[in-house]
Design a protein around this ligand. Structure first.
Ligand code: HEM
Ligand SMILES: *[C@@H]1O[C@H](CO)[C@@H](O)[C@H](O)[C@H]1NC(C)=O
Ligand SMILES: *[C@@H]1O[C@H](CO)[C@@H](O)[C@H](O)[C@H]1NC(C)=O
Ligand SMILES: *[C@@H]1O[C@H](CO)[C@@H](O)[C@H](O)[C@H]1NC(C)=O
Length: 352
């Protein structure tokens, strides 16, 4: 833990130098006091590790929250807002309703951070950092995250329904949903889909493939027979749609490249995953093969694509605000919070 603190403090010093003088950057010098960064990193790690110890799935849920935030008007924590008279919460958009989870952990991280460094760290940055740490704590690569996003004052449920890809999407649709938000439809699509190496999926999202694929009355012919049998046992017709299946049967809670290497036995049971590989002529298939053979290549591309996703349309300067409570906009717009005239690294890669 001591080295963790040291690394974060060092990262902050570097960030400070990169950014220039505090007045120019409109940052409070106290943000760089020696106590704040150490308290910050301890607070994050404590909350996350506690969450992991009672719920091993939580890391997967947190990275998914970050993804579902970034695909809707950029990474601005819009997904965290609860419904009010003026906010139509994205939590009830079809891809999130009864599916997105981990909100309480983000609340706990925010509470810990507000104690350590009030009004400095946005909810959007917390989501980004939670995603990054979750991957690292699960055995995956750690990332330098460029932080200093600000939080939206609005949510957009209709856009969440429109922009977030669905489990029965064809490769063409998946590709266009990535292009629409400014990501590329080859490496970003394949690398980020590799996040399905951990976490769970509910039967309701893939049962169609087991019994009535594409209205044929038959299972999907591309599905491995042994896998089909196992999944039918787990998800009987007319059974509870909320039953959970591990995305990865061999290492369900580890962030590794099994998603790409174990396709036949345990992976790709959802249509959208299969599409990356078995669509005739797919330019994504070779990347799937490569990542399945070479975990280093997967990790390298995953880090690059996570940074690209985390940089989608950030609110900067005086746009938006830094919410005091991630679930609602600040009531009083005069509440003083850090503005960000430039973006900087507040969380550096912590080598494992
Ligand atoms: C490419 C299009 C994608 C589609 C169609 C898709 C769809 C889904 C679906 C249907 C689930 C299951 C949800 C449930 O059963 O409640 C899921 C879970 C998950 N997705 Fe994706 N996803 C995609 C891309 C991504 C990306 C880009 C990431 C992150 C970088 C991601 C991370 C996850 C994780 C970690 C889970 C498990 C969550 C948990 O256990 O709580 N997915 N996804
Ligand atoms: C969300 O799910 C709940 C419970 O299943 C359901 O009653 C509600 O109608 C859903 N909301 C939307 C907007 O679909
Ligand atoms: C589903 O069926 C439609 C119409 O028969 C066809 O055009 C489409 O390609 C099929 N989709 C898949 C994934 O097989
Ligand atoms: C695996 O990928 C890494 C990173 O792209 C590359 O440097 C290495 O040569 C690859 N290894 C093999 C065996 O192809």
């Amino acid at each position: 833990m001591a080295s963790l603190r040291y690394l974060l403090a060092a990262a902050l010093v570097v960030a400070f130098v990169l950014e220039g003088s505090p007045s120019q950057a409109q940052l409070s010098p106290s943000f760089y006091s020696s106590t704040c960064p150490a308290a910050l990193v301890v607070a994050f790690e404590d909350v996350l590790k506690k969450a992991f110890s009672s719920d091993i799935r939580i890391g997967a849920s947190l990275i998914r929250l970050h993804f579902h935030d970034c695909f809707v008007d950029g990474c601005d924590a819009s997904i965290l807002l609860d419904s009010t008279n003026t906010i139509d919460s994205e939590k009830f958009a079809a891809p999130n309703n009864n599916s997105a989870r981990g909100f309480e952990v983000i609340d706990n991280m925010k509470a810990a951070v507000e104690k350590a460094c009030p009004r400095v760290v946005s909810c959007a940055d917390i989501l980004t950092i939670a995603a990054e740490r979750s991957v690292a704590l699960s055995g995956g690569p750690s990332t330098n995250t460029i932080d200093s996003r600000r939080d939206s004052r609005t949510a957009n449920r209709a856009l969440a329904n429109q922009n977030l890809p669905g489990p029965s999407d064809t490769l063409d649709v998946l590709k266009s949903s990535f292009r629409n938000v400014g990501l590329n439809d080859k490496f970003d699509l394949v690398a980020l889909s590799g996040a399905h190496t951990f976490g769970r999926a509910q039967c309701q999202f893939f049962r169609g493939r087991l019994y009535d694929f594409n209205n044929t009355g038959k299972p999907d012919p591309t599905l491995d027979r042994t896998l089909l049998k196992q999944l039918r046992e787990l998800c009987p017709q007319g059974g509870n749609g909320g039953v959970l299946a591990n995305f990865d049967v061999t290492t369900p809670d580890v962030f590794d490249n099994k998603y790409f290497s174990n396709r036949a036995q345990c992976q790709f049971f959802r249509q959208s995953d299969q599409e990356l590989f078995s669509t005739p002529g797919a330019d994504t298939a070779a990347i799937v093969e490569d990542f399945g053979r070479n975990q280093t290549a997967f990790f390298k591309n995953f880090v690059t694509s996570m940074i690209r996703m985390g940089n989608l349309k950030p609110l900067t300067g005086n746009q938006g605000e830094i919410r005091l409570n991630c679930r609602r906009v600040n009531g009083n717009s005069n509440i003083a919070t850090r503005s960000s005239s430039s973006r900087r690294v507040i969380w550096s890669a912590l080598s494992k």
